[in-house]
Design a protein around this ligand. Sequence first.
Ligand code: BGC
Length: 455
Amino acid sequence: MSQSFQFPDGFLWGSATSAYQIEGSPDADGAGHSIWHRFMNTPGLSAAPGEDGSVACDHYRRFKDDIAMMKRLGLQAYRFSINWGRVQPDGTGRVNDKGLDFYKALVDGLQEAGIEPLATLYHWDLPVALDDRGGWLNRDIAGWFADYAEIMYRALDGQVTKWATLNEPWVVTDGGYLHGALAPGHKNMFEAPIASHNLMLAHGAAVDAYRATGRHEIGLVVNLEPKYPASESEADRAAVRRADAYMNRQYLDPALLGEYPAEMKEIFGEAWPDWAAEDFDRIKRPLDFIGVNYYTRNVTRHDETSWPLRASPVRQTGATYTETGWEVFPQGLTDTLMWVKERYGNPTVYITENGAAFYDPPVAENGRVQDPLRQSYYRSHIKAVGDAIAQGADIRGYMAWSLMDNLEWSLGYSKRFGIVHVDFETQTRTPKDSAKQYSRIIETNGACLYDGSLD
Ligand code: BGC
């Protein structure tokens, strides 16, 4: 990349979190519990027994300090999610004003600090009251979700200019309904397609509700992971097609093209229903942007023993892997963004998550947390975004995952993704070196990555 590359004017630099991972106070002010709280507290389900989101980063009580910290870091935007059960403890009907007030105060505080709020309506924490009625397996959830979304639009659309319906529907179904590693912990090949489809119907219904009420922008957030063949064999290339359809096209194709990839039937066999054609009119609604979450790539090989994809990842010798076992591969981000541009007609994209868990040393006596691997991850990946912009992709912003160390779902607090270190005993926040580097990137609108002044 040439020395003269510049991120576009107005490119939005921020960081991201989600409700259950940081808020704590799951019972406060009349909130209803979510499936995540239930999952973490059911013996045998979570991989981190004894840990849950009861306290997390205590953000529910410390949000004002956290906003002040974001301001000190120079963040221009903050992507957060709303815990549905705080607002509607039963998932439908009655609104809990105190829960709503929390998000109003958060958004007011962000606005006062000059930080643009990006709100995600669903980042995995379904109210238990709805799970008891079938959760994502109940087709009525599209209407429940649209009603909840409308409550939020009416309350916050004056200040929130970017909304996302769902965060990573693939993770919701793959982890929650197919493999059981995430809430609600089901392991059922026949449920997963239904959950996927109902997620998409809910997405479409929430977009329609937004068009009736909202005045700004709404989109869908997906996690994308490019798949590269382990060899040129036809079997490996077919495995790549299946893996790519399953993870990358399963949600974007219906949302943007109005159909599921043909490979879905090949993957799920008789468990993949023939969906009613009119459902796709409900799912494919005009979107203002796509949110892309990117962490890693996958080199994929054919593998008969891997259910149901018949495809497995191949570990790359000599590559750097993060603490969550993900290969560091920045070129994959450029490739992904160019793929989105080509396949879907250059939609407006925000990078809504990108980051890495690495082992961090304890906070040093001088208050420093040195995290060179994370610094390097950010430098290379932000440049990878620059490469895609230089090739014509319409990318408007970048959100680092995550603002601070938090609950990494079923892995508990062991994996640290923050640019800010959190001491979970004292709740002390300490910006890591990567946060300081990010402040400088923001201050120079990315120029310091190219002019040598970061080195
Ligand atoms: C999720 C985050 C999660 C991150 C790292 C994404 O899949 O949206 O909630 O913490 O990846 O695993």
